[in-house]
Design a protein around this ligand. Structure first.
Ligand SMILES: *Cc1c(COP(=O)(O)O)cnc(C)c1O
Length: 365
C-alpha cells in the first residue's frame, strides 16, 4: 500500500481530536549541555552501580514482571513514609497515571480543571481523550504575573464547572513556585471532584500533602522518580486511600512496570538517602544559580522550589537560540502560554554546567 492511500485511510479513520494534536516534541540535544528536561545531572555512585549491574545480569527477563510490584511498593512506602491504610498504584511514569485518571473519571460531560500555565500534559491528555477542560489563570499582581494561585478565581471556577478532576502541580511546572498550602486545602474542601496533587518535584520542595492524605476523602498525591534521578526508568505512583486506588487499578494495563524498572528502582530506593543527598546538592546549586541570575539586570527571575528556574528576558527566543549555538539547551516557553511571553526555563545542572550556562547567557545578552 502506498503512503498516499495510507494517509487518506488514517485521515478518515483517526479521531479528529487526535488529528488536531501535535505529538509531544522532544528537541535534539546531541552534543549539548542538557538543561531542558529537569533531569538529575548526577550518575549513581559507583558501588551501587556494581550492585545494580549484578542484579540486572541475574534478572528473569524471560518472565513477566510481578504484576503487583509488591517488593517495590514496600520500598516506596518506606521511602515516603506512607501511613497505614494508604495505598499505592504504580505507573510507567506519572504521565501514564494522568491518562489513567482521565479514563476513570471522564463521564459524559465531566470536566478537568487545572491552572495555567502549568504542566502541559493535563490539557493535552484531556484533549485527546475528549474530556472537557477548564484552565484558571494563575495570579498577576499589578500587571506582572507572580504565578500564585488566584484562590477567588479558582473557587468561582469550581463552583461554576463542578469539576470531576483537578490537577495541581505542587510545586508548579514550568513556574517553579509552591502554591500556598492553605489555598490548596480550601480547593480540596470546595471541590465536588477528585484533587490530584502532582508532586513531581517533592525532593526539592519544602512541603508535601503525603502526610495529610488521610484528612481528605477526595485527594490523591501523584509523584514521579523522574526528577530524582530515574527519568530513564519511567516510574511514577499515585498515593491515597485504597478505595480510590482499587477502582483505578482496574484500568492499569497488566505489567505496566517492567522487570528492569522494578528491580533497579528497588535497588535505588533501598538507598533513597543517596538520591536525596543529590537533591540537596541541587537545591544548594539552585540557590547559587538564582543569585547569579538575579544579579543580571536584564532578567526577571522567579524563585523556585523545584530543580529548575524560570526567568523572563527580552527577545527570549533569540537568547534561547544563542545558548543553543553555544551548546547549552534549555527550554523556550515563549510562544506558548501568553503569561509565559519571553520566558525561559533552565534545569539546575552540575556546578560546571551551571557556570557554562551563565557565561553563555552573558555572551548572548
Ligand atoms: C516531569 C513531570 C511529570 C512527568 O513525569 P514522568 O513520570 O516522567 O512521566 C509530571 N508532572 C509534572 C508536573 C512534571 O513536571
Amino acid at each position: 500500500m502506498n503512503s498516499i492511500s495510507a494517509s487518506k485511510f488514517a485521515g478518515e479513520l483517526v479521531r479528529q481530536e487526535v488529528l488536531d494534536l501535535h505529538a509531544y516534541h522532544v528537541p535534539d540535544s546531541s552534543g549539548c549541555i542538557k538543561l531542558d528536561a529537569m533531569e538529575n545531572p548526577y550518575q549513581i555512585p559507583t558501588e551501587l552501580r556494581g550492585e545494580i549491574a549484578e542484579a540486572v545480569a541475574a534478572a528473569a527477563i524471560n518472565r513477566y514482571p510481578d504484576p503487583g510490584a509488591i517488593s517495590l511498593k514496600e520500598k516506596i512506602r518506606n521511602a515516603i513514609g506512607l501511613h497505614e491504610g494508604m495505598d499505592l498504584l504504580l505507573g510507567n511514569g506519572s504521565d501514564e497515571l494522568i491518562q489513567l485518571l482521565v479514563l476513570a473519571l471522564n463521564k459524559p460531560g465531566a470536566t478537568m480543571l487545572s491552572v495555567e500555565p502549568s504542566f502541559v500534559m493535563y490539557k493535552m491528555i484531556a484533549s485527546y481523550t475528549g474530556m472537557r477542560y477548564a484552565g484558571v489563570p494563575l495570579a498577576s499582581n499589578s500587571g506582572a504575573a507572580d504565578f500564585s494561585l488566584d484562590l477567588p478565581a479558582m473557587l468561582a471556577s469550581i463552583q461554576r464547572e463542578q469539576p470531576a478532576l483537578i490537577f495541581l502541580a505542587y510545586p508548579n511546572n514550568p513556574t517553579g513556585n509552591l502554591f500556598s498550602s492553605e489555598a490548596v486545602a480550601q480547593i480540596i474542601a470546595a471541590t465536588p471532584g477528585l484533587v490530584v496533587l502532582d508532586e513531581a518535584y517533592y525532593a526539592f520542595a519544602s512541603d508535601s500533602f503525603v502526610p495529610h492524605l488521610k484528612r481528605y476523602a477526595n485527594l490523591l498525591v501523584m509523584r514521579t522518580f523522574s526528577k530524582l534521578g530515574m527519568a530513564g526508568l519511567r516510574l511514577g505512583f499515585l498515593a491515597g486511600s485504597a478505595e480510590w486506588l482499587r477502582e483505578l487499578e482496574k484500568l492499569r494495563l497488566p505489567y505496566n512496570v517492567g522487570v528492569l524498572t522494578q528491580l533497579v528502582a528497588g535497588k535505588l530506593l533501598a538507598h533513597h538517602e543517596v538520591l536525596l543527598q543529590q537533591a540537596e546538592r541541587i537545591k544548594r546549586d539552585r540557590a547559587k544559580l538564582y543569585q547569579q541570575l538575579t544579579g543580571i539586570s536584564a532578567l526577571d527571575v522567579y524563585s523556585s522550589e523545584a530543580n529548575f528556574l524560570l526567568f523572563r528576558v527580552a527577545k527570549a527566543t533569540e537568547i534561547f537560540n544563542g545558548l543553543k549555538q553555544r551548546g547549552v539547551l534549555i527550554k523556550n516557553l515563549d510562544g506558548g502560554h501568553p503569561m509565559l511571553k519571553d520566558c525561559l526555563r533552565v534545569t539546575v545542572g552540575t556546578p560546571e554546567e551551571n557556570e557554562q550556562f551563565i557565561s553563555a547567557l552573558k555572551e548572548c545578552l
